[in-house]
Write a protein that binds this ligand. Structure first.
Ligand SMILES: Nc1nc2c(c(=O)[nH]1)N[C@H]1C(S)=C(S)[C@@H](COP(=O)(O)OP(=O)(O)OC[C@H]3O[C@@H](n4cnc5c(=O)[nH]c(N)nc54)[C@H](O)[C@@H]3O)O[C@H]1N2
Ligand SMILES: Nc1nc2c(c(=O)[nH]1)N[C@H]1C(S)=C(S)[C@@H](COP(=O)(O)OP(=O)(O)OC[C@H]3O[C@@H](n4cnc5c(=O)[nH]c(N)nc54)[C@H](O)[C@@H]3O)O[C@H]1N2
Ligand SMILES: [Mo]
Length: 590
């Protein structure tokens, strides 16, 4: 996040929530937002589902799943047309205004109305409210990123913030609300295919610095993204997979494809705190201590480094993850893993990336209840708000407005981008984005199928489904298939009846829940339940060209009512069932 989440309560005048079901997925952040609203802040929510936050919003816009670039371009267009943008910020602190102006030219609020039925007045009102605020924060999550144009969606959100000068000040910014306690930390530590903790592996300067500290050369080659792993296994380019703190048999799209692929691995290692659906397919399972059983640091969504301290002993003195990894390195005779505790590792991180972490010592984190990066030295207070003084982190200190075009035909994206670059004489290395839909509904598969979360469970349910008050209490409904009202009416689906959802990748069966908050034509389910996992149907074939992300938020499907007998027969054919508790917990007993 560019800003600290507490600022939603204390400083934001306008909150834009786009593609985030904040109260179900980030309840603590939602609470800060609601405090802001009590203070007088306005809230705009853009989401195909009328979420709890949408019900509390001043402006709610129910866009169709995947209809993001045309919508955001229309907001930008209106802001430019009506001279609502911040001329000083655009002229003095950014590049690329003319490219963006050209890219959004044909996207008007009227076009949004014609294409979606959303009133153009509402789009204009949202644009005006955002642009006129003193400090407006954009918050987004998976409803923006999990598409083949997810990166371009984020370019568009950044464009909005740059155009209106909503950067470098309290309460403003572009804020991806991160999903896991330490996902920000994992990325900062280099758990991505293209970076190490001090920058991209393609940079010689970065590699030289690493060599000074680690004592060996690192490869300049960018590794494979998780989303290409199944294909690379089948091509025999990937022979060993070491899965660590993930349950991809359930969380990766197109389950059949993933499960088939891992069966072809030479070696499959899983390191987890439970014997998950994925661990059950592994050759080697390495148990590890969980968060309450170890020391270390977690980096939260506001870039704040926080200490965690061991509260209880792990069963059978299980090692924390870092030690499991260090033990393997020692067996392999790899030098440099002689740490005695988590703090040793953190102090190495401070040397590897001194600009960000140099001043963040354990002692200071403890005293200050966390410090946000960048914090280069021990006298630096940390940086809760990025870009103060309107300076970006790019070499010339300016922000780049990135033109985002739209292609009705996904196959034409590259060609249209090329044409745009030529038409506008953009420099060859200037970034450009484009929107397109990965799939469109058709006669065979007439419904949009989307996936996401419910408040009661966490992802693949490994940690929450073992919790009886959740599993058998608040979430007693279990796996359901949520359908919009029109789908229920047309297919004669009653609340609680059984239904089968199917597409070319697979089928799942569950009880129907008619969700009047869903935009028409939409089916929603989660990936919390092994017995009816939305990922059986999710699209793994297509990817965002820049991030490699799959369009987990949209595919197409058909749905029909089935009898209890048919339901049971589909369930019996499902290979992956909810884990048997006893076996599942065995990892931590050995
Ligand atoms: N209870 C609970 N909380 C969690 C998690 C969990 O599993 N359970 N997981 C954590 C993790 S890792 C993450 S990443 C976050 C995810 O948090 P969120 O991203 O908030 O959760 P999702 O349910 O994936 O869906 C996000 C929202 O995007 C909307 N959406 C779908 N398509 C579009 C679109 O085209 N445009 C727009 N504007 N909106 C769209 C959906 O209707 C939904 O409201 O939650 C975190 N918190
Ligand atoms: N269809 C669809 N698919 C999705 C998404 C979606 O919206 N739709 N969202 C995607 C997103 S945003 C995310 S983040 C992923 C989440 O997908 P996963 O990360 O695969 O899901 P989790 O259930 O959170 O799995 C985390 C695993 O880590 C283990 N674990 C917990 N603590 C520790 C520890 O300290 N050490 C070790 N070694 N293991 C530990 C848990 O037991 C669990 O098995 O799913 C993605 N998949
Ligand atoms: Mo996530």
């Amino acid at each position: 996040m560019t800003n600290d989440l507490v600022e939603f309560a204390t400083h934001s005048d306008v909150l834009v929530l786009i593609g985030t079901n904040t109260s179900e997925c980030h309840p603590i952040i939602a609470m800060q937002m609601l405090r802001g609203i009590e203070r007088g802040a306005k809230m705009i929510v853009i989401d195909p589902k009328k979420t709890d936050m949408a019900k509390k919003a001043d402006i709610y816009i129910q866009t169709p799943v995947g209809y993001n670039i045309p919508f955001l371009n229309a907001m930008i267009n209106y802001i430019i047309q009506e001279n609502l943008y911040d001329k000083n910020f655009v002229e003095n602190f950014s590049h690329g205004f003319e490219y963006v102006k050209e890219a959004v030219k044909e996207f008007t609020p009227k076009r949004v109305e014609d294409e979606t039925g959303i009133s153009q007045e509402l789009v204009k009102q949202a644009a005006r409210t955002y642009a006129k605020a003193n400090a407006a924060a954009i918050c987004y999550t998976m409803g923006m990123t999990q598409f083949i144009d997810g990166t371009s969606n984020i370019f568009s959100l950044s464009n909005l913030a740059i155009l209106t000068g909503n950067l470098g000040k309290k309460g403003a910014g572009v804020n991806p609300l991160r999903g896991q306690n330490n996902v920000q930390g994992s990325c900062d530590m280099g758990a991505l295919p293209n970076v190490v903790p001090n920058g991209p592996v393609t940079s010689k300067e970065v590699r030289d610095h690493i060599k000074d500290i680690w004592g060996y050369e690192i490869s300049e080659k960018i590794g494979y993204a998780l989303t290409v792993a199944p294909d690379k296994i089948e091509e025999e380019k990937l022979k060993l997979l070491y899965v660590f703190g993930e349950n991809p048999v359930m969380s990766d799209p197109w389950t059949e494809h993933f499960v088939h692929a891992v069966e072809h691995l030479e070696t499959f290692i899983v390191q987890d705190i439970f014997l998950t659906e994925t661990a059950q397919k592994a050759d080697v399972v390495l148990p590890a201590a969980s968060w309450g059983e170890k020391d270390g640091t977690f980096l939260n969504t506001s870039r704040r480094v926080q200490l965690i301290r061991k509260a209880v002993d792990a069963p059978n003195n299980l090692d924390p993850d870092w030690k499991v990894v260090a033990n393997i390195a020692k067996e392999l005779d790899i030098k440099g893993f002689d740490y005695t505790c988590a703090e040793d590792i953190w102090n190495e991180v401070r040397k590897v990336n001194p600009k960000f972490f140099g001043g963040i010592s354990y002692e200071r984190i403890d005293k200050n209840d966390g410090i946000s990066w960048p914090c280069p030295d021990l006298d630096h207070p940390g940086t809760p708000v990025l870009y103060e003084g309107n300076k970006s982190m790019l070499p010339d200190g300016k922000f780049k407005l990135v033109p985002v075009i739209y292609s009705e035909d996904k196959e034409q994206r590259v060609k249209l981008e090329q044409e745009f670059i030529e038409k506008t004489n953009m420099p060859k290395d200037y970034p450009i984005g484009s929107g397109a839909l990965s799939e469109k509904v058709n006669e065979l598969y007439p419904c949009l199928f989307t996936t996401g979360r419910k408040v009661y469970h966490y992802h693949t349910g490994t940690m929450t489904r073992e919790c009886k008050p959740l599993e058998l209490g608040s979430d007693i409904m279990g796996a359901t298939i949520e359908v919009s009202e029109d789908i229920a009416r047309e297919r004669k689906l009653d609340e609680g009846c059984y239904a089968l959802v199917e597409n070319k990748r697979g089928k799942i069966a569950a009880k129907v829940n008619i969700n009047r908050d869903l935009r028409h034509g939409t089916i929603f389910t989660t990936f919390h339940y092994a017995e009816a996992d939305g990922n059986v149907l999710a699209n793994a074939e297509e990817k965002d060209p820049l991030s490699g992300m799959n369009p987990l938020k949209m595919t197409i499907a058909k749905i029909k009512k089935i009898s209890e007998e048919e339901f049971l027969s589909v369930r019996n054919q499902t290979d992956i069932q909810m884990h048997p508790s006893e076996l599942y917990r065995a990892v931590r007993r050995q």
